[in-house]
Design a binder for this molecule. Structure first.
Ligand SMILES: Cc1ncc(COP(=O)(O)O)c(C=O)c1O
Length: 389
């Protein structure tokens, strides 16, 4: 079949491919430890599940307004205003099936053929894929281990020019757990505001999974609210990946175009899912807080364990739930290491290059798994590498 040429520009997310390979090995009777997946291993909190079920019984089984049910848009606006210290009105909230479509819609709405979009590399693979699909020129900025997985802000500011349509930021950052400081964000905001047509896509999906300090949003800086698309959602902090619920906090002028894209694609987000979202935001936050505390405990276990393995070194992530150890001293490429771990240690992990060229020399291990499983995985990795020496 002849596919449209634009499909050649569309990438993918390797996590799903590795999961499929791991499942195939499991079908052969192997016991794989899953550290490849970017989703909490906790169940969705009970009161949220109950609200979703109740909504179905109450007849939330039909289309909703495209940008979302008013009650949810309002709950999101209140939560976003409180957490970011800048005013968001319900009219500037667009609810989407997961956080991912916000990237898609923002890029499709704003990027013209040849426009430059700067994005973090290593970084969430969909940024590069979608920038290219939208016709933009994907310009990577390296997240550097030597800077504790932040970026060279001076370099980034020099890269921002009239050709730059958008700068994608992700803090806390997948796959490294790096966090951009307030000072860095202030410098970036200044460089962005020197260009009349440059916007920021701030992917803040891990903003409540932070182990030190408070989250700071670039949208809260003077002049940035109307230049920033904030992406956030329920997948990670409420363990709701399968419900598909996210949102964009948009510059006012971008709401109508994004809603039009939504009408042309998904129509709206599932009604009962949206009502579960209202319960998530207005109900007890204790389960989410407990989950983050558990991730903090696992972070210590995995980072200490990795650093105890010869030729592997791992920085302590400040947010999200990923370790991104440096494996260059083993002499293997990232891909070889990920393959070795899956085939010989029965540990599913992702090659750093799944997150872009600057991911070479690293692998990503998600610590969304129990301490027992993480300890067992560390043991298996240690043994597999020792055998190879
Ligand atoms: C950085 C980042 N942004 C966005 C998403 C998408 O989240 P969702 O599942 O809500 O679409 C993910 C999911 O892994 C992510 O890691």
């Amino acid at each position: 079949m002849r596919l449209a040429s634009r499909m050649e520009r569309l990438g993918t997310e390797t996590a799903f491919e590795v999961l499929a390979k791991a499942k195939a090995l499991e079908a052969q009777g192997r016991s794989i430890i899953h550290l490849e997946i970017g989703e909490p291993d906790f169940p969705t909190p009970e009161h949220i599940v109950e609200a979703g079920c109740q909504a179905l019984r109450d007849g939330y089984t039909h289309y909703t307004p495209a940008p979302g049910i008013p009650e949810l848009r309002e709950a999101i606006a209140i939560d976003a205003t409180k957490r970011r210290g800048v005013e968001f009105s319900p009219e500037d909230v667009v609810v989407t099936p997961g956080g991912k479509p916000v990237m898609f819609y923002a890029l499709l709405a704003l990027v013209d053929e040849g426009d430059e979009v700067i994005y973090p590399n290593p970084g969430f693979p969909i940024y590069e894929s979608m920038i290219r699909f939208a016709g933009g020129k994907a310009v990577p900025i390296q997240m550097e281990e030597a800077r504790d997985f932040s970026l060279d802000v001076e370099k980034l500011c020099d890269m921002i020019g009239p050709q730059t349509r958008m700068v994608v930021l992700n803090s806390p950052h997948n796959p490294t757990g790096g966090v951009l400081s307030r000072a860095d964000l202030e410098a970036i905001a200044e460089a962005v505001q020197r260009q009349p047509e440059t916007l920021v896509l701030a992917d803040e999906i891990y903003s409540r999974m932070l182990y030190e300090g408070e989250h700071f949003s670039i949208a809260s800086l003077p002049g940035m609210r109307e230049r920033t698309i904030v992406l956030d959602g329920f997948s990670k902090i409420y363990a709701m990946t399968g419900w598909r619920l996210g949102y964009g906090l948009l510059p006012h002028e971008l709401v109508a175009p994004v809603v039009r894209l939504l009408i042309n694609s998904a129509s709206c987000t599932a009604a009962a899912t949206q009502m579960a979202g209202v319960a998530a935001l207005t109900g007890s936050q204790a389960p989410s807080e407990a989950m983050v505390e558990e991730f903090r405990r696992r972070r210590e276990v995995i980072i200490q364990g990795l650093n105890a393995i010869p030729k592997i070194s791992a920085k302590t992530p400040h947010g999200a739930f990923y370790a991104f150890p440096n494996i260059t001293e083993t002499g293997m490429t990232s891909r070889q290491m990920a393959d070795l771990l899956l085939n010989e240690a029965d540990v599913a992990a992702l090659s750093g290059t799944a997150f872009g060229v600057y991911g070479e020399g690293y692998i990503r291990l998600s610590y969304a798994n129990s301490v027992e499983q993480i300890e067992e995985a560390l043991d298996r990795i240690r043994r597999a590498l020792a055998e190879r020496q």
